[in-house]
Design a protein around this ligand. Structure first.
Ligand code: A3P
Length: 346
């Protein structure tokens, strides 16, 4: 008898336990989705969509989280994707550079916005002659699926420094919005060097020290032939772009501030893109182990950038740093003047 009672009690506890776990899981999923559902609605008016507001959010959520993922994995058919009115749209905004400025962080963080859909890979359409030769349809097919009300954004940092790119982008869309993320030029050059150095080390190759590349040993002046130095002369590159686009079509993101204080930088971008403010402090949390902000989509989905973002830089001779900073100073002043954004670099 006692044994029977115990078994009954155990069974009851099991049922109650399952119910509690089930409810908890439902709540977790629901709160997570509500967090993303609610912000999507008001975008319609601004982005010119005609879809009913009640219908759009859930579908967008399915798209951003599930359907596309399933499609990529081969579990959703093209018909299913079509059923959801998904299209591959040319980008309305492009992160054109600068390499090592924080382009990946910017793209991933903007993707937190429900109206933004990122192209995951760098497409290199406008800077690569072979890709460019494949035509604009090839480029469009490289874009992710999205709803017509959403905007697609891609990033290819080489665009900023490649001669032919401004004209090619202009031919595609003369009113496109262009995002440039910059860091203090010397730090950016060292970051650029660190990436190349790591590549060499991976192949067991030796490489010059940064000092040797950045300073011309004959003149002891800054070596302007060194690509990492040239890329950091932002104003020179920007001037080429200004032959095609007015300055109003550019927005400068402070890449150093995006590291330490990402939200205000993202809010400025939302404004520039005419998007309602939807990225909040909730979406960004500081990860002490990484030493960087990471992304929170909801209480279930979090992600930090790959380990290749946020490398430790090698120590550089302070006199070389001073020399470089002095070299970049007049170019920086011009950059602030043209863009209207003063970044107070040393
Ligand atoms: P370092 O590796 O020199 O630190 P890009 O994506 O354009 O290659 O830029 C890489 C840089 O993004 C990194 O340079 C890093 O400092 C910066 N960054 C900005 N926000 C970041 C974040 N949340 N997580 C990791 N790296 C970030």
């Amino acid at each position: 008898m006692l044994f029977k009672q115990q078994a009954w009690l155990r069974q009851k506890l099991l049922v109650l336990g399952s119910l509690a776990v089930g409810s908890l899981l439902y709540l977790v999923a629901r709160v997570g989705s509500l967090d993303r559902l609610q912000p999507i609605c008001p975008i319609e008016g601004r982005l010119g969509g005609a879809r009913s507001q009640a219908e759009f959010p859930l579908r967008a959520l399915q798209f951003k989280r599930g359907l596309l993922h399933e499609f990529r994995k081969g579990n959703a058919s093209k018909d299913q994707v079509r059923l959801h009115d998904l299209v591959q749209q040319l980008p309305k905004a492009i992160i054109i550079g600068v390499r090592k400025g924080g382009t990946r962080a910017l793209l991933e963080m903007l993707n937190l916005h429900p109206a933004v859909v990122k192209a995951s890979q760098e497409i290199h359409f406008f800077d690569n002659d072979e890709n460019y030769g494949k035509g604009i349809e090839w480029y469009r097919k490289k874009m992710p699926f999205s709803y017509p009300q959403q905007i697609t954004i891609e990033k290819s940092p080489a665009y900023f420094i490649t001669e032919e790119v401004p004209e090619r982008i202009y031919k595609m869309n003369s009113s496109i919005k262009l995002l440039i993320i910059v860091r203090e030029p010397t730090t950016r050059a060292i970051s650029d060097y660190t990436q190349v150095l790591e590549g060499k080390e991976r192949k067991n190759k030796t490489y010059y020290k940064f000092e040797k590349l950045a300073i011309d040993p004959n003149t002891c002046e800054v070596n302007t032939k060194y690509k990492a130095v040239r890329t950091s002369i932002y104003t020179k590159h920007l001037e080429r772009w200004l032959k095609y686009f007015p300055i109003e079509q550019f927005h400068v993101v402070d890449g150093d501030r995006l590291i330490t204080e990402p939200l205000p930088e993202l809010q400025l971008v939302e404004k520039f893109l005419n998007l309602p403010p939807r990225i909040s402090q909730y979406n960004l949390y500081f990860n002490a182990t990484r030493g960087f902000y990471c992304l929170r989509f909801n209480i279930i989905f979090n992600k930090c950038l790959a380990g290749s973002k946020g490398r430790i830089h090698p120590e550089v001779d302070p006199s070389v740093i001073t020399k470089l900073r002095k070299f970049f100073h007049p170019f920086n002043q011009k950059f602030y003047q043209i863009t209207g954004r003063t970044l107070n670099w040393p």
